[in-house]
Write a protein that binds this ligand. Structure first.
Ligand SMILES: Nc1nc2c(c(=O)[nH]1)N[C@H]1C(S)=C(S)[C@@H](COP(=O)(O)O)O[C@H]1N2
Ligand SMILES: [Mo]
Length: 251
């Protein structure tokens, strides 16, 4: 049996413990708020506070070092491909586009641009891919595409010197949407310059006449309505990178 005195002491102990816990809880919350405020007082680097950008850059280095050409995105049987493919993103997809006179601008070097028609591209070996297309917004769907492997395009147009460079840049004809991709990823065997979806020419809102399909990357890098392609050792401008996402965009 506890004496009255012992009971009082025990109650006091519990009260002290509760107070200390509350104090710690309060300090914890306060330091979270302070850290958050500090983070947002830091200078920005392409749409995100500099410390967060540093984390993204480190992650990117790790992902790049793990990348391998024999690591394929999973492919699916044709019956799994959805018939109605979601349309997402319309930057650079304005109405004032002259599809009939479109030619791909292949910028081989500064001041040396080659113009390539869609028929010339369709004449190259055709590759199909059915894979799970993933958007950073959190949705994904199994979709079916066809076009020419980027490596076959490189072979056909003798871009050996260019493909030694670190990055490839792609722009829409109006330059409203643009992506930069590390050359290793664009030379991955599943990357295609794509002109067909579900066995038919690409619909206008999905990038007619030519888009990029790059299964090793998130949706953002799968640029629709390609206008020009160039090569560079510096990171080309990238639409979503400038809005705070990581540059690499790998899966
Ligand atoms: N020109 C252009 N290409 C783009 C975008 C865009 O806004 N403009 N959005 C990207 C994003 S975020 C995704 S998820 C995919 C969506 O492709 P879909 O519309 O064929 O589903 O396109 C990518 N390519
Ligand atoms: Mo996306």
């Amino acid at each position: 049996m506890q004496t009255l005195e012992e009971k009082i002491i025990e109650t006091k102990k519990i009260r002290n413990k509760t107070l200390v816990s509350f104090l710690f809880f309060f300090l914890f919350i306060a330091s979270c708020v302070a850290a958050w405020q500090w983070l947002h007082r830091q200078p920005e680097d392409n749409g995100t506070p500099r410390p967060l950008r540093a984390v993204l850059n480190t992650n990117e280095k790790i992902f790049m070092s793990l990348f391998a050409n024999n690591h394929l995105a999973r492919s699916y049987p044709i019956k799994d491909a959805v018939p109605r493919v979601r349309v997402n993103g319309d930057a650079g997809m304005g109405d004032n586009f002259d599809a009939a006179n479109w030619k791909l601008q292949l910028i081989r070097n500064i001041g040396d641009t080659q113009y390539i028609s869609i028929d010339e591209i369709k004449a190259l070996p055709k590759t199909e891919i059915i894979f799970d297309f993933k958007c950073i917004e959190g949705w994904s769907q199994v979709t079916h595409w066809a076009g020419v492997k980027f490596t076959d395009f490189v072979k056909q147009y003798k871009l050996d010197a260019q493909s030694q460079m670190k990055f490839v840049g792609l722009n829409t004809p109006d330059k409203e949407y643009y992506v930069g991709i590390d050359t290793k990823s664009i030379l991955h065997p599943q990357t295609i310059l794509c002109y067909e979806m579900n066995g038919k020419p690409l619909p206008m809102n999905q990038g007619f006449p030519l888009r990029l399909i790059i299964p090793v990357k998130y949706g953002v890098k799968n640029i629709k309505r390609i206008g020009s392609i160039f090569f560079s050792n510096e990171r080309p401008p990238d639409y979503w990178y400038e809005r705070g996402y990581d540059y690499y965009g790998g899966l």
